[in-house]
Ligand binder design. Structure first.
Ligand code: HEM
Length: 442
């Protein structure tokens, strides 16, 4: 395939003609040019141009890119006011939402992953995490490679549409990311990069890091296609590209049931949506799938794991009462899907009961519900919907605090303070009442 690698940066500003800038930017771009030669030889792209790429390779590609862009965007979100990222991000369009949108087209089909490619992508995400602690300059190079690579999307888009018979305007949001502004955005990026205050050693770091990521991406594509049958399988990244690496059921019926239970629980408690949004919903699905794998453990070990999770979640704003409910719904959905596995799934019910008795022995169910009503009457009178649910969540956090999980109340209050900051809710008075009630139940 013939393609043109224009020296776009040269045309828009005399500044770039200055030798010292030209030198490092053109070396950076020459490296990309060279690495593209390798990219074009990869069987993945050859198969795509011939419209013979298997769907598993393509969908896994989207998931791998979601893992990598997700990790990069987490870093960028934390550095968006810091130079050079602030300037490099002018006009930036986040890729993770676009990839998730494209993946939505395949959600109901439960397409398996090419697992070795996912492993490679997760390694890149880990590397981004390490560099975010150790070397932000290297992440400038990563940003250049990732942002630059979106330019190939314009060429891939029609092939993707044709290969997978995707109707126009669907499933290719990532590939058409900047649309007709692609050139402008890229020129702007290069201009900002050339103007960034970086000494010679930082410039070398950027070039080296950019090459490192390009090579690592080539490895991902190399694993994506061709693949062997036994390299295919489900992976948590299909449910949540930000979940990292943890087990999920290999059985598709169990996977479907886990996600159904997560969504049921999500819808039953509007607090989840209020606080955690779409990202939280993806974590709810991947966590539910992980909980299902715990059914394979002995009851004692299962209870230990769930108690550990319950305490971690409670101080992060998800009182154990919500997890109890999730476990019950998970049990119901799994029983619908595979009733023959009843003996394994009952362990979830048992664990939910043990969690409940810990909470109830400190703060009974009736008291918790009554306290929720009291909070609603005192602080949210006249407003219904999610506020009623929130009051029960606050009552449940109080119950956790009484049962010995220190920090549960603050787990919810810390969020609530910023959520209601423009309203007349007296959060100090609310906090005082919650703490008094928690103290009065030794
Ligand atoms: C591992 C895969 C790939 C990576 C990491 C990657 C990365 C990059 C980067 C960093 C740039 C910016 C170069 C610059 O202007 O400084 C770029 C540009 C570009 N890439 Fe890729 N790329 C990949 C695969 C492909 C493929 C398979 C195609 C084929 C269609 C392609 C087509 C393009 C095009 C057309 C440009 C714009 C070049 C220009 O306007 O001069 N890329 N890519």
């Amino acid at each position: 395939m013939i393609w043109i690698f224009q020296d776009v940066a040269l045309s828009f500003d005399g500044f770039l003609k200055q030798e010292f800038v030209m030198d490092w930017i053109s070396r950076l771009r020459a490296q990309s040019r060279k690495l593209h030669e390798k990219a074009h030889r990869l069987p993945f792209f050859q198969a795509l141009w011939r419209h013979q790429l298997p769907l598993e390779s393509f969908v896994t590609q989207l998931r791998c890119l979601a893992v990598i862009h997700g990790a990069m965007e987490k870093f960028l979100a934390a550095h968006e006011f810091q130079e050079p990222f602030r300037t490099l991000m002018e006009g930036y369009r986040p890729k993770l939402p676009l990839l998730l949108q494209d993946l939505d087209l395949y959600r109901e089909r439960w397409i398996v992953n090419v697992l070795p490619a996912v492993e490679k992508a997760l390694r890149i995400a880990d590397r981004i995490l390490v560099l975010s602690e150790e070397n932000n300059t290297a992440l400038v190079g990563f940003f250049y490679t990732l942002e630059g690579s979106t330019q190939g999307g314009r060429i891939m888009e029609p092939h993707v549409q044709k290969t997978f018979s995707i109707p126009e305007g669907q499933g290719t949001a990532f590939f058409s990311c900047y649309g007709e502004h692609t050139q402008d955005r890229w020129q702007g990026f290069l201009y900002a990069l050339a103007h960034a205050a970086m000494d010679a050693s930082a410039q070398e770091t950027v070039i080296k890091a950019s090459g490192e990521l390009f090579e690592a991406l080539l490895e991902v594509y190399d694993k994506l296609f061709p693949f062997l049958e036994d390299q295919l399988g489900h992976h948590v990244v299909s449910l949540n590209p930000e979940a990292g690496q943890h087990p999920i059921p290999s059985d598709e019926r169990e996977l479907r049931a886990s996600v159904a239970a997560a969504h049921r629980c999500w819808n039953a408690f509007p607090y989840f949506e209020m606080r955690y949004g779409d990202r939280g919903k993806r974590f709810a699905a991947s966590d539910a799938a992980w909980l299902t794998t715990l059914c394979n453990l002995e009851v004692g070990a299962l209870i230990d794991q769930v108690f550990w999770l319950a305490d971690v979640l409670s101080v992060r704003g998800i009182p154990t009462w919500l997890l109890e409910n999730q476990l019950r719904m998970l049990h119901e959905e799994l029983m619908k899907a595979r009733p023959e596995e009843m003996a394994r799934y009952e362990r979830l019910l048992l664990t939910s009961d043990v969690l409940r008795s810990r909470r109830a022995s400190a703060f009974s169910e009736e008291k918790m519900v009554a306290f929720g009503h009291e909070l609603k009457e005192r602080f949210f009178r006249g407003s219904n919907g999610p506020w009623k649910d929130l009051c029960l969540v606050l009552a449940a956090a109080t119950a956790d605090e009484v049962s010995g999980i220190q920090g549960s109340l603050e787990g919810v209050l810390s969020w609530l303070r910023s959520f209601v900051k423009d309203t007349d809710l007296d959060t100090d008075a609310l906090k005082q009442l919650l703490e008094t009630r928690a103290r009065s139940h030794p």
